[in-house]
Design a binder for this molecule. Structure first.
Ligand SMILES: *Cc1c(COP(=O)(O)O)cnc(C)c1O
Length: 431
């Protein structure tokens, strides 16, 4: 039974005359799973309806922002109410204060923050701040962490320990890539070596404390503690990129999981309630370097946009309610446990790992993968088959095996049970 795809295919054909590769962000193009992307027409809670009228249970949820599901009533109401009063002023509005104070009351290490319009922009600003405040140039990043498309972080590991990176995108000058060191995840020795060699020149280290953009590579707490200790010792700024984990694995993101305090943190996705919002913040003695208080320049015409702020406040207000994260974890664990039990009983080399409501399945033996180079690229062929089998059965998973899935509060227990059954029968088909 082939899915009806005529309308999506027509739209994609048209889009290819409009956008490079037919898309406005590369992974949407379905290149890693094959076939043409579905064009979505509508979202209703945990479900999406495509241009051909097919209905799917959505496990992608716009890559993370929609922790309440699609078109949540409180968020829609906040957007329409605020937009009706004027969508942008380029001047301060009370909505900015409201979202910031709501967040800062609940994440104690944010003493000052600033809103921007995307996760990339938040990361770019935090890196500039780290460099400006320390008057140093070098940055450490970790292999397998994604921080958006900022030049300094589009860098691959060089060869050997504690060496500088090479740019991973055309258009990023090697001279800039040379200022970024790329260290493997969960490898204390490599981290020690990088700081030992360049310590006094390192402006900052940036990490996804819950790496969730290249599989879900959960780190040992001891590794994150070592990173905290080395940054403190060498006067380097520790930046936690919580664009995906913030308000997701707990209200205060990875702080809820590990209790480790960064110097700066970056946010995006959930904080905007589905509107384009990013944010960064942290210690006041660092944030005071940002213009106009200090001399690190950073600005934005639509920064702190009132409609986006209202959407974000409506969403995070729901997240702050009692039991919110426990309930998400319960549902996610139930999905993972069912699928893992089935895979185990059949002897499949397939496992779903999860933290809170982020989950990631991989075709390999074992229960965790912690480093990017431990993911077998050949396993992505199996993912492409699984993805197609899920689509045919009415479940929309991310169109790449390196991407995680998300459970939202809109997924009912019945959705979870259906997704679990669907996964099991899809695995039976593809393995
Ligand atoms: C999504 C993401 C980004 C980039 O955010 P955009 O809003 O897509 O620019 C940066 N860092 C992490 C950890 C992310 O998950």
């Amino acid at each position: 039974m082939a899915l009806k795809r005529e309308r999506s295919e027509q739209l994609f054909e048209q889009a290819q005359q409009l956008f490079p590769g037919g898309v406005n962000s590369p992974v949407r193009a379905f290149r890693s799973v094959g076939g043409t992307p579905l064009f979505f027409a509508r979202g209703e809670g945990a479900e999406v309806i495509d241009a051909d009228g097919n209905r799917f249970i959505d496990l992608c949820h716009s890559w993370g922002p929609l922790i309440l599901g699609h078109a949540h009533q409180a968020v829609v109401e906040a957007i329409t109410r605020t937009a009706a009063k004027g969508s942008t002023f380029g001047a301060p509005t009370e909505e900015e204060n409201m979202l910031a104070s709501f967040v800062m009351e609940r994440i104690p290490f944010i003493e000052r923050m600033r809103f921007v319009s995307s996760g990339t922009e938040a990361v770019m600003s935090a890196i500039r701040l780290a460099r400006g405040a320390t008057k140093r140039d070098l940055i450490i990043k970790f292999d397998g962490c994604y921080h958006g498309h900022f030049d300094s972080l589009l860098v691959n590991a060089g060869s050997g320990l504690a060496t500088f990176g090479t740019s991973s995108s055309a258009g990023v000058p090697e001279a800039l890539a040379q200022l970024t060191m790329v260290v493997p995840l969960n490898d204390e020795e490599a981290l020690e070596a990088a700081f030992a060699k360049h310590g006094g020149r390192i402006a900052g280290a940036i990490i996804e404390p819950v790496p969730a953009n290249n599989g879900l590579l959960l780190q040992d707490k001891s590794f994150l503690l070592k990173l905290r200790e080395l940054c403190t010792k060498h006067g380097s700024v520790l930046i936690f990129d919580e664009v995906i984990s913030g308000f997701r694995v707990g209200f205060a993101g990875s702080f809820c999981t590990y209790g480790i305090t960064p110097d700066l943190a970056t946010y995006g996705k959930i904080i905007g309630g589905g509107m384009p919002v990013g944010a960064y913040g942290g210690r006041h003695d660092l944030m005071k370097h940002i213009a106009p208080e200090g001399n690190v320049y950073q600005a934005g015409t639509l920064s702190g946009n009132p409609v986006a702020m209202a959407a974000g406040l409506a969403q995070v207000s729901e997240c702050a309610k009692g039991g919110f994260y426990m309930e998400l974890e319960r549902k996610t664990a139930s999905l993972c446990n069912s699928v893992n039990a089935h895979a185990k009983s059949k002897g499949y080399d397939y496992h779903i790992d999860h933290l809170g409501s982020i989950f990631w399945g991989f075709f390999a033996r074992g229960e965790h993968i912690q480093r990017a180079d431990a993911i077998d690229p050949a396993s992505m062929k199996s993912y492409a088959k699984l993805h197609a089998a899920l689509l045919e059965r009415g479940v929309y998973a991310a169109p790449s095996g390196y991407e995680v899935g998300f459970i939202s509060t809109a997924h009912t227990d019945e959705h979870i049970a259906r997704v679990a059954d669907t996964f099991c029968s899809a695995l039976d088909e593809v393995i």
